[in-house]
Design a protein around this ligand. Structure first.
Ligand SMILES: Nc1nc2c(c(=O)[nH]1)N[C@H]1C(S)=C(S)[C@@H](COP(=O)(O)OP(=O)(O)OC[C@H]3O[C@@H](n4cnc5c(=O)[nH]c(N)nc54)[C@H](O)[C@@H]3O)O[C@H]1N2
Ligand SMILES: Nc1nc2c(c(=O)[nH]1)N[C@H]1C(S)=C(S)[C@@H](COP(=O)(O)OP(=O)(O)OC[C@H]3O[C@@H](n4cnc5c(=O)[nH]c(N)nc54)[C@H](O)[C@@H]3O)O[C@H]1N2
Ligand code: SF4
Ligand SMILES: [Mo]
Length: 749
């Protein structure tokens, strides 16, 4: 009989606490929700139970550093050679030409938090991650309107609104299915879902606004206009908290609501009823996601979505939106106006939250421009698969002087690398995510290894430390005294560390590695990777003194130490802040809400002059490329056997369209977009609107089969998408809106 060990599911941002029964050979024999986890409280969805396929599945696990030979095959090399050669080749390039991508998927941000040191050591300035193809538009709008990011309190709201989000499958907040069912059951509460598909979430909704794909900007403009035109705006609240109501009112008063509802394909009565329901509720929580973020007008839609809840005064109360504490901020934007702030060196694309838009990366490499990126360090990401236009991405990665990939498995991206550096899996090392946005009690969960790592891989913090050391940026005369101070105790270390950074501020960005090498070895149970959390904990206490105190850690420096020690010694996770509602206003720093964002309000006004979105004879379908389903999890699990159903990743299509094409379930068809053609298997369903088709995300990756060799399952969606199809502001892709056509391949019956 094995032992139950606490950890977390790594398949979506919720990171539900789990307990794993580990067999003698390291197999995950049973997995159950961890009741002691402060956010998930025993909840998991169907996916967590299959995590053995991540740990022990048929992916091509990486165990040794690899170097690519000229013929494209790989040879195993020692860590000494790998680190020495990578550092020498990075060191020979101008720092601005070194691009860092990734830093953590859905379960692992601890390793990536050491990458700032590596970037600094080699002078790298530009970076990106998956966030810059989904959330950057939202970050920017939030910065412009509120000055801080917010999340929505779905659990306690009277009315929940989901815009282009299917939380029944994708989650995104704790215990999602339970919470959704509670709202669905309660006659006093309502759910509004804006989605062209009758999703599992839409089925629980009171109002399903089954919008025509890609026309959310009209629908949300109409909804905001109903609030203004029917005088449902919370005037008193806005007078107290917000500026810009008169400009917004002027624009929205002129909106032809009926016409926009017709354009969006939703009954006007239903739109009006949903808007009134928002206005009459004591609390409204609105969440947007990829259905609009990876779609036309995404940044304008992020703005309109916020107008709905701001015009009705839904901020800073239970069940509305809140600003959260953040132990390790994932991203925060300064909200520079269009034409101001940093841009990418070649395409001149707006950099939001420090991230270059993913859709311009290939362009920034495939050019003769002197400022092009020449080297890329990819960590815990698979951009050859996950970014728009995979063929162009592959060409770009091949055109680099140097590509280094840190991963656990041989991936589509790793296969193109000059060096592949193997890391232990997330169950073989100390790990954590920084996706903790709960309120009023926010949490953190530092996970311990549940199985021993194989001989060979090195944890990411160790890889970064070695690269930084090989760069020569971290002289031993800085490290040694700090190591000695750490051996004397935490107080001595704190003083020495602050003195060192005070005397040499240029070392600040190397701090993660410096902490890892000095404080790290003193941490219990081999928790060196947690060292970076020490400074994070102190910063967190300074930012959130009241919440930290309420959570029982006391005040000041002592609270920082107590919180850090608690993090290291809480294998089930812990509460970091216990907030009151006023904290939201404090985090907005007393700044007034800006309803009027001139660039975006002008877009709303300009809708009236746009030509009606028309059908296209050449491309009669709209393809959503990358839907979340019951068994998808980005490309974290490569072994297809983990899927309980929809194992091939079928193309979903409306029943009427399937009949017209003469295809039934399981038939093959040829799907073509401007970018490429693939053969798909169709699944007719009454969930889809006619003209709309969808493919799941996370498919089209390969695994090693003992007999058949390398086998690819399903369609890689980005063989069909284009880098040019992107938002004018944030550069985020239109993956949910790809013009397509479909031809039956099966014999018609
Ligand atoms: N099962 C599972 N869960 C996941 C993940 C996973 O891979 N699998 N990935 C995680 C990650 S990284 C993310 S970012 C989240 C994403 O989570 P979601 O955004 O919820 O997931 P999607 O299914 O990509 O898109 C959401 C919805 O957008 C709808 N949509 C398509 N076109 C339009 C449109 O024109 N307008 C509107 N309003 N809606 C439209 C789709 O029908 C779909 O229901 O999920 C996370 N959770
Ligand atoms: N067309 C289309 N494209 C999309 C989407 C879509 O809806 N449609 N969704 C997009 C979204 S929202 C996202 S978030 C991205 C996700 O795409 P990516 O950001 O590329 O992330 P993943 O696919 O999750 O890949 C994570 C990688 O981390 C590796 N890994 C797992 N554990 C570890 C570890 O402990 N250490 C290291 N170093 N590596 C590890 C895995 O093997 C895998 O290669 O995809 C995006 N791409
Ligand atoms: S996939 Fe997400 S919601 Fe499901 S168990 Fe894992 S972390 Fe929890
Ligand atoms: Mo994502």
């Amino acid at each position: 009989m094995g032992e139950w060990r606490p950890s977390a599911c790594i398949l979506c941002e919720c990171n539900c606490g789990v307990e794993i029964l580990v067999g003698p050979s390291g197999s995950f024999d049973k997995i159950r929700g961890d009741r002691l986890h402060p956010a998930s409280r025993g909840y998991t969805c169907n996916k967590a139970l299959r995590l053995d396929r991540y740990q022990n599945g048929r992916a091509e696990r990486l165990t040794r550093p690899l170097r690519r030979r000229p013929d494209g095959t790989f040879e195993e090399i020692s860590w000494e050679s790998a680190i020495g050669e990578v550092a020498a080749r990075l060191g020979a390039l101008p720092g601005e030409s070194i691009f860092y991508y990734g830093g953590g998927g859905q379960g692992n941000h601890l390793g990536g938090s050491y990458a700032t040191a590596t970037m600094k050591a080699f002078g790298a300035r530009y970076r990106s991650s998956a966030l810059a193809q989904e959330k950057t538009g939202e970050f920017w709008v939030s910065a412009r309107m509120l000055g801080a990011p917010t999340r929505s309190d779905v659990e306690h709201c009277e009315v929940a609104v989901f815009v282009g989000k299917n939380p029944y499958q994708s989650h995104g907040f704790p215990r999602a299915r339970t919470v959704l069912k509670e709202i669905g059951r309660d006659p006093a509460r309502s759910m509004i879902v804006i989605d062209p598909v009758r999703t599992e979430t839409a089925e629980l909704a009171d109002f399903h606004l089954q919008v025509r794909p890609g026309t959310d900007v009209y629908l949300l403009t109409a909804m905001a206009a109903v609030l203004v035109q029917e005088e449902l705006v919370d005037e008193d609240w806005l007078a107290e908290h917000a500026d810009g109501l008169s400009e917004v009112r002027r624009t929205l008063s002129a909106v032809p609501v009926s016409r926009y509802c017709a354009t969006a394909g939703v009954e006007e009565d239903l739109v009006r009823a949903a808007s009134r329901r928002i206005a009459s509720a004591a609390s409204v929580a609105v969440t947007e996601d990829l259905g609009v973020q990876m779609n036309r007008d995404s940044t304008v839609v992020s703005y309109l979505q916020r107008l709905l809840w701001l015009l009705t005064g839904n901020l800073g109360r239970q069940g509305t939106q809140y600003a959260f504490s953040n132990l390790a901020p994932i991203a925060r934007d300064r909200g520079h106006k269009v034409g101001e702030g940093p841009v990418s060196p070649v395409a001149g694309a707006k950099i939001i939250s420090g991230l270059v838009p993913c859709n311009v990366i290939a362009e920034e490499i495939l050019t003769e421009h002197p400022a092009r990126y020449r080297a890329m360090l990819v960590e815990s990401a698979n951009p050859a698969h996950s970014l728009a236009d995979s063929p162009a991405m592959r060409s770009a990665l091949e055109a680099l002087d140097l590509l280094v990939v840190i991963d656990v498995a041989m991936t589509e991206t790793a296969r193109l690398a000059d060096y592949v550096l193997p890391a232990p899996t997330q169950f073989e090392k100390w790990e954590a995510t920084f996706f903790t946005f709960d309120f009023p009690r926010n949490i953190f969960h530092l996970r311990r290894p549940v199985v021993d790592p194989p001989d060979g891989p090195l944890p990411e913090p160790e890889i970064h430390a070695r690269l930084v050391e090989a760069s020569g940026a971290l002289p031993p005369e800085v490290v040694e005294p700090l190591r000695e101070a750490a051996a004397r105790g935490r107080a001595a270390f704190a003083e020495a560390f602050l003195n060192t950074l005070g005397a040499r501020p240029e070392l600040a960005r190397l701090a993660p590695v410096l902490l890892y090498r000095t404080l790290g070895p003193t941490l219990p149970g081999g928790a060196a990777a947690a060292a970076v959390l020490w400074s994070a904990a102190h910063g967190f206490v300074q930012e959130n003194p009241a919440g930290v105190k309420r959570a029982g850690y006391g005040e000041g420096l002592e609270a920082g130490e107590r919180l850090f020690d608690a993090i290291v010694s809480s294998p089930h996770g812990l509460v970091t802040t216990d907030d009151v509602q006023e904290e939201t206003w404090r985090r907005l720093k007393g700044r007034r809400i800006q309803l009027h964002v001139p660039e975006l309000l002008a877009e709303v006004a300009g809708l009236a002059d746009r030509p009606e979105p028309a059908g296209d004879r050449e491309w009669p379908f709209v393809l959503s490329a990358g839907e979340r389903r019951a068994f998808t999890a980005n490309t974290i699990i490569r072994d297809p056997d983990w899927r309980g159903r929809d194992t091939g990743g079928a193309l979903r299509i409306a029943v009427s369209d399937a009949e017209r094409l003469g295809v039934t379930a399981g038939d093959r068809a040829m799907l073509t977009t401007r970018r490429g053609s693939v053969e798909v298997v169709v699944e007719p369903t009454d969930r889809m609107r006619p003209g709309h088709i969808s493919l799941p995300n996370g498919f089209g990756v390969d695994h090693l089969d003992p007999e058949a060799g390398r086998v690819v399952t399903g369609i890689a969606p980005n063989e069909l998408t284009s880098g040019q199809d992107r938002d004018a502001y944030a550069g985020t892709p239109w993956h949910k809106h790809v013009p397509a056509r479909l031809v039956a391949l099966a014999e018609p019956r």
